[in-house]
Design a protein around this ligand. Structure first.
Ligand code: SAM
Ligand code: SF4
Length: 356
């Protein structure tokens, strides 16, 4: 994305209409531009051939499509592909394409780094560098080669979506509106550590699925793993969620990384059942992807199965999430961290060369 021109990618129909009318074009041109952008997914304004040449030239003076291809990709033996996008300020964000039979899910990032500092997360270790714009969020979906095969999008990449909610909501509007991708909100899941104001706003403004990262049903232990617990605890989160209807289209799930010897015995399963009793939800058990310098490990397959079976027997629908892309820096934030480190070493080497 060039810095000089403004991206059309990420603009809502209202904004596109405002842009074209301010340039003296008729109102309906806004709809035409939206169709070229989100329906045809064009690479340039020149391709918008039902706009007059004069109008395309006028639009090009200040605007561009604003899509930019990934700078790096890593392919796993299991078909998973990790893409790395560069942001204008030379940071990196990751998106992961996960094919699975008839489904193809893209896991997208919402921020560069993250403020939440969860103990087990590589993105958290990076600290926070900035929010992604709506254009940068949508570009991850717009600019991968598999874009036309996607069936689902999950906001489970780098960053905390509820901490960049305006941009996330605008990207959800474009993905679900008739003028945009026209996807059902059932194809999209937004994952969060559980920020109160953000969740309330999200639940009011969107019909997409919600996933809450739980990782422990005990507030004290959760607080050690996830500092956000101290601002709004898992008990308060669950109480708040009881006020919403998840029995119909919208789904509520809890993510639970099963750490060996930390939160994997049945006392935790028992407390989890107690915590979510009466709430329409499911629990996804996740394998931990080890990250350097953190004294946590995953649990074994039998313990994971026993945990799932306990939940299921006690009325909580639970699944074990298949671990994908183990061979390509599976943990979110690993690839972008590696890229940034390599770049720093390169700069360092270049500087030492100059100094010699
Ligand atoms: C990277 S976060 C992004 C969304 C949001 N910030 C959140 O925490 O829910 C998506 C999911 O990945 C999980 N996660 C983070 N680091 C992980 C790791 N090393 N192994 C497995 N899952 C991890 C998080 O707990 C969360 O459930
Ligand atoms: S798990 Fe989510 S909230 Fe926690 S540091 Fe990572 S990206 Fe941020």
């Amino acid at each position: 994305m060039s810095e000089k021109k403004i991206s059309l990618l990420g603009k809502t129909l209202g904004e596109l209409t405002e842009i074209v009318t301010s340039l003296g074009m008729p109102k309906f041109t806004g709809k035409q531009v939206a169709r070229w952008m989100y329906g045809r997914k064009v690479a340039s304004i020149d391709e918008m051939t039902d706009l007059s040449l004069k109008n395309r030239e006028r639009l090009k003076e200040m605007y561009e499509v604003g899509a930019s291809a990934p700078v790096h990709e890593m392919r796993s033996v299991d078909g998973t592909v990790k893409y790395l996008f560069r942001t204008p300020d030379n940071n990196y964000i990751e998106s992961v394409y996960i094919p699975d039979g008839e489904r193809a899910t893209l896991c997208v990032s919402s921020q560069v780094g993250c403020k939440m500092n969860c103990k087990f997360c590589m993105t958290g270790k990076q600290g926070f560098s900035g929010n992604l714009t709506t254009a940068q969020i949508l570009n991850q979906i717009y600019s991968i080669p598999e874009r036309d095969t996607l069936t689902n999008v999950v906001f489970m990449g780098m960053g905390e979506p509820m901490d960049n909610l305006d941009a996330v909501l605008r990207s959800l509007e474009v993905l679900t509106a008739d003028y945009g991708y026209a996807w059902s909100p059932k194809r999209i899941t937004v994952s969060t550590v559980g920020l109160r104001r953000g969740m309330e706003h999200f639940l009011k403004e969107s019909d997409c699925h919600l996933a809450v990262s739980m990782h422990s049903p005990f507030p004290a232990q959760r607080g050690e793993l996830m500092p956000a617990e101290k601002a709004f605890s898992i008990r308060e989160i669950v109480d708040m969620l009881r006020g919403y209807d998840f029995s119909k289209q919208r789904r509520l799930s809890f993510e639970y990384i099963v750490f060996g010897g930390v939160n994997d015995n049945l006392a935790y399963a028992k407390e989890l059942v107690k915590l979510v009793r009466g709430l329409d939800c499911r629990v996804n058990l996740i394998r931990f992807h080890a990250i350097p310098g953190v004294d946590l490990q995953g649990t074994d397959a039998d313990t994971m199965l026993a945990f799932r079976d306990y939940l299921t027997r006690h009325g909580v629908f639970a699944t074990i999430r298949a671990s994908r892309g183990e061979d390509i820096f599976a943990a979110c934030g690993m690839l972008s961290t590696a890229e940034k480190q390599a770049e720093r070493q390169h700069v360092h080497k270049d500087k030492t060369k100059i100094n010699k």
